[in-house]
Design a protein around this ligand. Structure first.
Ligand code: 2M8
Length: 435
């Protein structure tokens, strides 16, 4: 089974690979290069084609802006299968935006640091790969500096996101509390995603109005970070996003050590890192939930929802041993029943849980990969093995879908696998799980 799954996964990646040296997440549904997708995709390539892995990252970093910003989507070419495209986002409004490549003015979780480290590990410390890291690492470092200098408005080592698309967990129920604070117009636009995927598995039209509205505000200020921090109705400290930044800090510090250079840079990261770990534990941890939650900087409160993002800090070594035990308790009690696959993207015991709708409940393989790494880090071997085996089982049963129903018995008797098929990070991370 293992060989045939790996073979199929490679086929998915190869079919989604584009001539420009990057990989799309899925045909039709996502026709461009996405930031965190590319990071996860590079991990899969590393196992069988290191050249492609390095090219994937280099093509993403080639779209970096003059201020260190790395965009969430790079529009290498036009496509009429996706909305909103480059003409809506208009990244060129920002004076330091890439002059070579059009993109969005949004970011995504900063995975590149630990992806570089992973490439080096998978290569068995190959000097060519270390040479590649030497060429690229400063760009990733500059990206971290961008975050700390522009998006840590309280100087607490925690960086904000100003859009749900920046979180990667697009329509998660936690944003539901934020939408009523805005009243966007009813925009007229043609959705494309719902022509590829059953609309009931995607966000609603009204949710999209909010998504576009926040970007209209950012464009009004030419994507100026300080103005966005002042005026965006959405401003959140996300535990997943910040955990990715912290885990990538660790990787960059280690890699600068291996390269025997960048001492000052490593020192900068160490200081920010220590502050960030403390910030996560004081500001984002919610004792009675036994979980890390999202902090809404507009209402100055924690959003009271547990999601798969709540467990990401394990991967970055953020919780103490005792707190890690509490997190595991929450994971087991709320997400880990015998009747469920790990790990639902949203609290299955909550009334807002929806097992079929995108980031409102289904299992995502990239989140399982992050949680798996975290469980391993803290020595929760049994649970880690369960997450890994169940990820493999879901893909083996249902193919390389974008997201999966966490219920072992689906009362509706439908497919159990949703969104786009032949989805790149499902394929690439499965290759990593099987290695
Ligand atoms: C989804 O997000 C995009 C917008 O970025 C969309 O729905 O159009 C999310 O699942 C996101 O995390 C992912 O990176 C992207 C591409 O796979 O799709």
């Amino acid at each position: 089974m293992k060989e045939s799954l790996v073979k199929q996964a490679i086929e998915v990646l190869e079919n989604n690979h584009q001539d420009g040296g990057f990989t799309i997440p899925a045909q039709g549904l996502y026709p461009f290069q996405w930031k965190w997708d590319s990071g996860f995709i590079a991990i899969g390539y590393a196992h069988y084609d290191m050249g492609k892995a390095m090219q994937e990252l280099a093509s993403l970093l080639n779209a970096q802006w003059g201020n260190g910003f790395i965009p969430h989507i790079v529009f290498h070419y036009d496509s009429d299968t996706y909305f909103p495209g480059p003409d809506f986002h208009r990244s060129q409004l920002h004076p330091l935006a890439s002059k070579k490549l059009r993109s969005t003015g949004l970011v995504q979780p900063p995975v590149l640091g630990f992806v570089l480290e992973k490439l080096y590990e998978v290569s068995n410390r190959n000097p060519t790969v270390l040479g590649f890291i030497d060429d690229q690492i400063d760009k990733v470092y500059e990206n971290h500096v961008y975050f700390y200098e522009n998006r840590d408005i309280n100087n607490e080592g925690l960086v904000y996101i100003y859009h749900n698309w920046e979180s990667g967990t697009d329509n998660s129920p936690m944003w539901d509390d934020i939408w009523p604070t805005m009243n966007p117009p009813e925009y007229e636009f043609e959705r494309k995603d719902t022509t590829h995927v059953d609309p009931s598995q995607r966000p609603t039209k009204r949710e999209y109005d909010h998504y576009l509205y926040i970007i209209e505000i950012a464009k009004q200020y030419n994507y100026d970070d300080a103005k966005i921090a002042q005026h965006s109705p959405f401003l959140v400290l996300d535990p997943l996003f910040n955990a990715m930044l912290l885990r990538s800090n660790e990787a960059l510090i280690k890699l600068y050590g291996l390269l025997k250079r960048g001492e000052g840079k490593a020192q900068y990261l160490k200081e920010k890192h220590a502050l960030g770990v403390q910030g996560m534990n004081t500001k984002l941890y919610h004792e009675s939930s036994g979980a890390y939650l999202h902090f809404d900087l507009r209402s100055n409160t924690l959003l009271p929802y547990i999601s798969s993002s709540s467990f990401a800090p394990l991967y970055a070594g953020v919780p103490s041993g005792e707190r890690a035990q509490q997190l595991i308790q929450t994971l087991k009690e709320k997400f880990g029943g015998e009747d469920k696959y790990l790990c639902a993207s949203f609290d299955p015991t909550h009334e807002k849980f929806n097992p079929k709708k995108y980031w409102r409940g289904p299992v995502w393989i990239n989140m399982n990969w992050i949680i798996y790494q975290g469980l391993k880090r803290y020595g929760f071997e049994d649970l880690a093995t369960r997450v890994k085996n169940e990820s493999i089982e879901l893909v083996a049963k249902h193919s390389f879908y974008e997201y999966f129903d966490c219920r072992k018995v689906n009362p509706d008797g439908d497919s159990n696998a949703y969104g786009g098929n032949n989805f790149s990070w499902t394929a690439s991370l499965l290759i990593d799980f099987l290695n």
